[in-house]
Each structure stands twice: as structure tokens, then as C-alpha cells.
Design a protein around this ligand. Structure first.
Ligand SMILES: Nc1nc2c(ncn2[C@@H]2O[C@H](COP(=O)(O)OP(=O)(O)OP(=O)(O)O)[C@@H](O)[C@H]2O)c(=O)[nH]1
Ligand SMILES: [Mg+2]
Length: 294
């Protein structure tokens, strides 16, 4: 009998959800960075083994409540999916557990789905003996089917997550083909690839105030031609994105182009612009046009 179902990854921003998904699938589906608020939409991906197919949903990490419209929209994303999945993978980072983790756990607990606790980044733990007392103190009273310490970055423990998922997935035929199937559009993949380079190459305050829009996309037999715009919220941010004599935006473009050429196995011509859209992070209409939908 085959098994098939849905699993979502929920946790505070930056705990490593997207890194987990990419390494678990052995395929880059979700962008990652060491800055907070990297993922901005619910991202779907599928993994099939011989007997089990799991449809995963990566979500934007939870962060402290603020008055910014973008934050309000992002904070709703996990709630959109937790009631429709079979399993929730609740992720924390090492033995850190603060108010935001607690608030996220309460959201997770409002769902009837089965739950697995993933303690990520165990490669950073100096003393692995801390793990048991930590789990005992906070999680033993919680309703987790299993608790799995992992390192997403070093691929440790991921096979155990697969075993646990297979036990919890309902009996079903596969919903999707086992290969050659992508949920995300090519346009989304391209703008996300560029946004990843923007986030990774800029200072701390800027990343979550930038968005990328594709203005032109020509997929030819041997090459892809792209024009894209990086939007920022203030004039001063535009200077940073462009850099001295255009050096910054040029290197963002080069890094993105290399990733895209690798992905599509074609030559890519990418022209990048930077424009200011004042205070866009508070404007619902612009947010929607940038793909951040309420
Ligand atoms: N040392 C270590 N670093 C990790 C591990 N997993 C993820 N990271 C790092 O943690 C940072 C955040 O990773 P992401 O995967 O972008 O985190 P996220 O939870 O998806 O973040 P949001 O999308 O903002 O919610 C990156 O710098 C990763 O390289 C791990 O197992 N060990
Ligand atoms: Mg993420």
C-alpha cells in the first residue's frame, strides 16, 4: 500500500526551514540566507520514495509582530496551511526557545495535524548532552509523535525525518507524477534567485525592504533573455544596491545569472535595474503586484 500526504514546515524566521527542504529534496526549491524573513510565500515541493509521496509546504518564518503591512501578511502564511496538512514539522534552532518560538508552537498546536519536532542546527551545539534536559523541560508535555535532532546544513538526521514521515502519512495513491513536476512557475524561480543574491549581498537592514519583478522574459532555444527590476523603499537604499560605479548591482546580476544558467542549462542574459517605490512594504496593492498576497 502506498502512502501520500501533505507536510508543512513551520518555525521562527531563520531556524533553517528552507535549508532543510532543499537538502531533504536534494534540489533547490526555496531561497535561503542568514538574514531573517527570507521566505515570503508558501512554497510547494514534492518528494517521492518508492512507497511514499510527501507534498511539502515551506512557509515564511514567524517574527515579532510589527505594524508593517508586509509583516502582517507574512505572519498569516503558516495559518493558511496548518489545517490542511497531515503532518506539521515544527522547527526550532538548537536549544534556543524564546517567545516567538512559543507563539509559533501555539499556532501549530491549534491544528489537528500530527506533529514532529525538528531540533535543527545541532552541529552548532557545543554539548549535545544539553539536548535531553532541554526537551524534557519544554516539549515532553507537548503532543509530538517524535522529536528528531538534525543538522539541515550537514545533512544529519534527515533520513530519520523521512522514516518518521512515512509512518505518519495516510494510505493513498500518489497525487503527483514522481518526476518532471514543478509547482513554482519559472518566473517565480527567476525572481527568487535574484532576490536571494540581493539579500545575501546587502547589509542587514535592507533585505526585507527589497522585491524583484521580472519585466521581460524571452526563452529561446539556446538562451534566455531577462530584464528585471530590484525595488527598494527609499532613495538611500538604491545607492546601496547600485554600489560604487554600479559594482554591487553588477555582482548581484553575475551571481544570479550563474545560478540560472546552471538551473536551465542555457546561456542567460540578465539586465538588472534598481527603482525606488516609496514605502512599498506598507502598500497592499504594490505588495500584491510584487507577489506578496494577502
Ligand atoms: N550551522 C547550521 N546552520 C544552518 C542549518 N540549517 C540552516 N542553517 C543556516 O541558517 C540560516 C537560515 O536558513 P534558512 O533556511 O534561510 O532559514 P528559514 O527558517 O527558512 O528562514 P525564513 O525563511 O526567514 O523563515 C542560513 O544561514 C542557513 O545556512 C544547520 O543545520 N546548521
Ligand atoms: Mg525560509
Amino acid at each position: 500500500m502506498k502512502r501520500c500526504g501533505y507536510a508543512t514546515i513551520i518555525g521562527k524566521t531563520n531556524v533553517g526551514k528552507s535549508t532543510f527542504l532543499n537538502n531533504f529534496l536534494d534540489k533547490k526549491v526555496s531561497i535561503t540566507s542568514k538574514k531573517s524573513q527570507t521566505t515570503r510565500s508558501n512554497i510547494y515541493a514534492v518528494k517521492s520514495t518508492e512507497n511514499c509521496q510527501t507534498i511539502f509546504i515551506d512557509t515564511p518564518g514567524t517574527h515579532k509582530k510589527t505594524e508593517k503591512t508586509i509583516n502582517k501578511i507574512l505572519r498569516k502564511k503558516p495559518k493558511e496551511v496548518i489545517h490542511d496538512v497531515d503532518v506539521i514539522l515544527f522547527m526550532i534552532s538548537g536549544t534556543k526557545f524564546d517567545d516567538v518560538d512559543q507563539e509559533t508552537l501555539e499556532i501549530v498546536n491549534s491544528s489537528e495535524a500530527k506533529k514532529i519536532l525538528l531540533i535543527n542546527k545541532i552541529d552548532l551545539l557545543k554539548d549535545k548532552n544539553e539536548l535531553f534536559p532541554f526537551v524534557e523541560k519544554i516539549f515532553l508535555k507537548e503532543n509530538f509523535e517524535s522529536i528528531v535532532p538534525i543538522s539541515s546544513k550537514k545533512n544529519e538526521g534527515l533520513d530519520i525525518v523521512q522514516d518518521e514521515l512515512e509512518k505518519l502519512m495516510p494510505e493513498n495513491d500518489f497525487f503527483y507524477p514522481t518526476e518532471g513536476f514543478d509547482f513554482q512557475s519559472q518566473t517565480f524561480e527567476i525572481t527568487e534567485t535574484i532576490r536571494e543574491k540581493v539579500i545575501r549581498m546587502l547589509g542587514d537592514e535592507l533585505p526585507y525592504q527589497t522585491a524583484v519583478v521580472l519585466d521581460m522574459f524571452e526563452d529561446q532555444q539556446n538562451q534566455i533573455n531577462l530584464n528585471a527590476t530590484i525595488y527598494v523603499a527609499k532613495e538611500s537604499q538604491k545607492k546601496i544596491v547600485i554600489g560604487e560605479e554600479g559594482a554591487k548591482i553588477k555582482s548581484i546580476g553575475t551571481k544570479a545569472r550563474m545560478d540560472l544558467e546552471e538551473k536551465y542549462k542555457k546561456k542567460v542574459f540578465l539586465s538588472l535595474w534598481c527603482k525606488v517605490k516609496k514605502n512599498w512594504i506598507n502598500d497592499p496593492v504594490t505588495l500584491e503586484s510584487f507577489g506578496i498576497k494577502n
